[in-house]
Design a protein around this ligand. Structure first.
Ligand SMILES: NC(=O)c1ccc[n+]([C@@H]2O[C@H](COP(=O)([O-])OP(=O)(O)OC[C@H]3O[C@@H](n4cnc5c(N)ncnc54)[C@H](OP(=O)(O)O)[C@@H]3O)[C@@H](O)[C@H]2O)c1
Length: 331
């Protein structure tokens, strides 16, 4: 494949009026040992990218300044010691950054094949949410067969993935979302009950639906006063995992309920973890989740696709939060 010396990538320009996303020309990166150069077809937008633009979620050491935590495309070149991929293969990858570009570098342990029933375009929105959901729900919270599950923000990229995956694995799934339309969409994806958090109380609803027992695992991206509500909504020996704190990282918690119900609380981040840990998550997804895409049981939920140069408009849409599922950039 002929690879141009320069490529279009999206840069964050900071001015006194605020931060802007603008297309610029950069040298096309070279894959080092264990790395793969991807000719990007699509890159997923993630809420963490909005935080990065605001200066709150800096790239880890060695990662490109260009935003973009995931992409799908075609292998353009492989670095030394890459064994599983060759030029022209379709590929999707979790990235430490750099997805908003015509070419991006991925580490081999973070790469997955594009499933049979998924277009190359849609595949760019799968890695970040599925790596996050799998590692939190199964590795951290250890959801067991027949246990019940609640994910907040059911219409988010994360939520649409979590609902589908847990429903496909036979769990009863509860979720919260901020409108009737979003709740309908969550129910269609497999949620037994989607709670409109603006008009309903999720603690009461999940307790009533579980005969007063509560749910076994909660995946939360809200924080703030949801922390205490989550503890009330958990069953004995329940586990709460936080992946974000949109309503605030500080909360007043009565730890007596944690002790009385033998609860476990945790929180994780994905971006800064070593490739060896990401590779273990990749292996689990390849074994457990990607075959469910191959068979059509899981489906990508793409809300809207913007051209790469319109990354700013894509961020604006996510900020408004009217979307259901993933927003993508097409390179
Ligand atoms: N720790 C990690 O490794 C990790 C990895 C990936 C993502 N994340 C985090 O996970 C979250 C989702 O990411 P994403 O990219 O999928 O973003 P997204 O699509 O923009 O989702 C954000 C969601 O939060 C919901 N939300 C806000 N306030 C809520 C509330 N009070 N109750 C219920 N839902 C509420 C929004 O729904 P409404 O508009 O209806 O309110 C929206 O669906 C983000 O906060 C992101 O930073 C963390």
């Amino acid at each position: 494949m002929s690879i141009p010396k320069t490529m279009t990538a999206i840069a964050v320009e900071r001015t006194q009026a605020g931060a802007k996303l603008i297309p610029i020309q950069l040298p096309t990166p070279e894959p080092g040992p264990g790395q793969i150069l991807i000719k990007v077809k699509s890159a997923g937008i993630n809420r963490a990218d909005l935080l990065q633009v605001q200066g709150h979620h800096p790239p880890p050491a060695g990662a490109p300044a260009t935003p973009g935590l995931e992409a799908a495309g075609v292998v353009a070149r492989v670095g030394a010691n890459v064994s599983g991929w060759k030029d022209g293969d379709q590929i999707s990858a979790l990235l430490p950054g750099g997805g908003y570009a015509e070419y991006a570098i991925a580490s081999e342990p973070c790469c997955l094949y594009v499933p049979k029933n998924v277009s190359l375009l849609d595949a760019g929105g799968l890695p970040e949410v599925y790596f996050t959901v799998w590692s939190n729900v199964f590795d951290a919270a250890r959801l067991q067969p027949n246990e019940t599950f609640l994910v907040h923000g059911g219409s988010s990229g994360i939520g649409t993935a979590a609902i589908q995956l847990m429903a496909a694995r036979g769990h009863r799934v509860f979720t919260t979302a901020g409108s009737a339309d979003k709740c309908d969409a969550c129910a269609k994806l497999g949620a037994e009950r989607a709670v409109n958090y603006k008009t309903e109380d999720f603690v009461e609803i999940v307790k009533a639906a579980t005969n007063g027992k509560g749910v076994d695992v909660i995946l939360d991206m809200v924080g703030g006063d949801y922390v205490m509500k989550n503890l009330n909504a958990l069953a004995r020996r329940g586990r709460l995992i936080n992946i974000a704190y949109q309503k605030g990282a500080k909360a007043e918690v009565d730890f007596r309920i944690v002790q009385a119900k033998l609860l476990m609380l945790g929180a994780t981040g994905l971006r800064g973890r070593p490739d060896s840990e990401k590779g273990e998550i990749r292996d689990a997804l390849k074994r457990e989740a990607w075959p469910l895409f191959d068979s059509g049981r899981l489906k990508p939920v793409t809300y809207r696709v913007f051209p790469l140069a319109e990354a700013g408009a894509a961020h604006h849409l996510m900020q408004e939060s009217s979307h259901i599922g993933k927003i993508l950039l097409e390179a």
